[in-house]
Design a binder for this molecule. Structure first.
Ligand code: XMP
Length: 485
């Protein structure tokens, strides 16, 4: 009975166990398209997601990820209100038409208008009287206020140039440039201000042509929630989250699944559920009508789950087992954890993932919230597992640590990763490596990499041969150096 457990034991593989076979390729690297899906309705230009960890994704990271064409998932180690504020900050960062425009009245004091501009970080306020647009006041007007002026009505521009809300973006651009103005209020047929177009947003849009944007032109952002936190999911959807990521170490748990079922009814944006690592879990979660699956139990650089609990599935096998089930239902798979090099991204996608989620590789960037430190003359940034002692003591305890009174069993470590520069530089190298792998396998797009990618299993000697060897390295190219810890 026990010996039988081993008679047909399955072999499981991870990134270092395999390589992709080079194939005859008709593909020119410049034609390669890496656009993909994160979930049923969220499409992205690059298949990379930043992990919801408190040393990886807050506002700055989410903005940078979305601008480069991926998406960031804001972590949940904070109150629901704080997380909602972060979501709305990302959403307000840019848009074609700003909604919920901040306004003032002619009688508003200059002091108060200045304070609104400062606290909301905005440079202009339409002035409204009896629901009608009567002026506009900008930061410039407020900076150079003449002697004795007290209210907005004394300094505002009265003949405001405005447009109908239906105006398209090209026409709005013409009006802004022709009149050399920065802001164009939009009004409905009753003359009520219902939106605002700014020259700054139009310029930023041009600068980031690949950005992940929603229908209103705002950057897309995801939010993590605990498996039982339906209220939080509702709050975050209201704040503008485009995607809810149910963040648990074991989504294939009956209570978690019952809760996801309720959450599915409570929110209408896409729900990504995870983490899972088996075909059975994929089947059960897909039946709850989730829109994406997050795969990985224990592969992460900071994870100790496999050591502490003896549980997990090497990541390439986990991805392919889940993807076999998910692909039939059109549910994208996100490969989460264990990605150390761009080559691992190529392998994860060839194994069936539609996108990868990164912690460690992004934790070292300028835009991560982790604190900076210098060790042996080199710059590092703090990076820690969400099941580490520091996180559990500080608040979030339901992802990994089983609590009993004040005791808990952590499943992650705390440490530091080398400073890696800006997110756009790191993503440039990662996407460059991905495109190179797609070229070698003759894959013009992500779907063809999934079907074309053929693996071969390697030995420890094959792995040793794969890395630079038998040389004292004097100069490492940046895209190899960035992986060194
Ligand atoms: P990488 O390898 O990119 O992995 O650093 C990031 C992923 O690791 C997961 N994660 C954890 N897993 N204990 C774990 O077992 C932890 O404390 C922990 N914190 C994060 C998570 O899936 C993340 O995206």
């Amino acid at each position: 009975m026990f010996a039988e457990k081993f008679s047909s034991i399955k072999e499981a593989l991870t990134f270092d166990d395999v390589l992709l076979v080079p194939q005859k390729s008709p593909v020119d690297p410049v034609e390669i398209d890496v656009a993909s899906s994160i979930s049923r309705h969220i499409k992205v230009k690059i298949p990379i997601v930043s992990s919801p960890m408190d040393t990886v994704t807050e506002v700055e990271m989410a903005v940078a990820m979305a601008r480069e064409g991926g998406i960031g998932i804001i972590h949940r180690n904070m109150t629901a209100n704080n997380q909602a504020q972060m979501i709305s900050k990302v959403k307000r960062e840019e848009s074609i038409k700003i909604r919920n425009v901040y306004t003032v009245e002619p009688e508003t004091s200059i002091e108060e208008a200045r304070e609104i501009m400062r606290s909301k970080n905005i440079a202009g306020l339409p002035v409204i009287s009896n629901d009608k647009l009567v002026g506009i006041v900008t930061r410039r007007d407020i900076e150079y206020v003449g002697e004795g002026k007290k209210t907005v009505s004394e300094i505002m521009v009265k003949d405001v140039i405005y447009a109908n809300d239906e105006i398209d973006i090209e026409d709005a651009k013409q009006i802004l440039y022709k009149n050399r103005i920065e802001k164009l209020p939009l009004v409905d047929k009753n003359g009520r201000v219902v939106g605002l177009i700014t020259a700054k947003d139009i310029t930023t849009r041009k600068k980031f042509p690949n950005a992940s944007r929603d229908e209103e032109g705002q950057l897309m952002v995801g939010a993590a929630v605990g498996p039982f936190d339906i209220d939080r999911a509702v709050t975050l959807e209201r704040a503008g989250a485009d995607l809810i990521v149910v963040d648990t170490a074991h989504a294939h748990n009956e209570k978690v699944m019952n809760s996801i079922k309720k959450m599915r009814k409570a929110v209408s944006v896409d729900i990504v559920a995870g983490n899972i690592a088996t075909a059975e879990a994929a089947d059960d979660l897909i039946s709850l009508e989730v829109d994406g699956l997050r795969v990985g139990i224990g592969p992460g650089s900071i994870c100790t789950t496999r050591i502490i609990a003896g549980i997990g599935i090497p990541q390439i096998t986990a991805i392919s087992d889940v993807a076999d089930i998910a692909s039939g239902s059109g549910v994208p798979v996100i490969a989460d954890g264990g990605i150390r090099f761009s080559g691992d991204i190529v392998k994860a996608i060839a194994a069936g993932a539609s996108a990868v989620m990164l912690g460690s590789l992004l934790a070292g960037t300028e835009e991560s919230p982790g604190t900076e430190m210098i060790m042996n003359g080199r710059k590092y940034k703090a990076y820690r597992g969400m099941g580490s002692v520091g996180v559990i003591r500080g608040g979030v305890s339901d992802r990994y640590g089983k609590i009993s009174g004040s005791k808990f069993v952590a499943e992650g470590v705390e440490g530091a990763v080398p400073y890696r520069g800006k997110v756009n530089e790191v993503l440039f190298q990662l996407v460059g490596g991905l495109k190179s792998g797609m070229g070698y396998t003759g894959s013009r797009d992500i779907e063809s990499l999934k079907t074309n990618g053929r693996f071969i299993k390697i030995t420890a000697s094959g792995l040793r041969e794969s890395h630079p060897h038998d040389i004292r390295i004097i100069s490492e190219p940046p895209n190899y150096q960035m992986y060194q810890v």
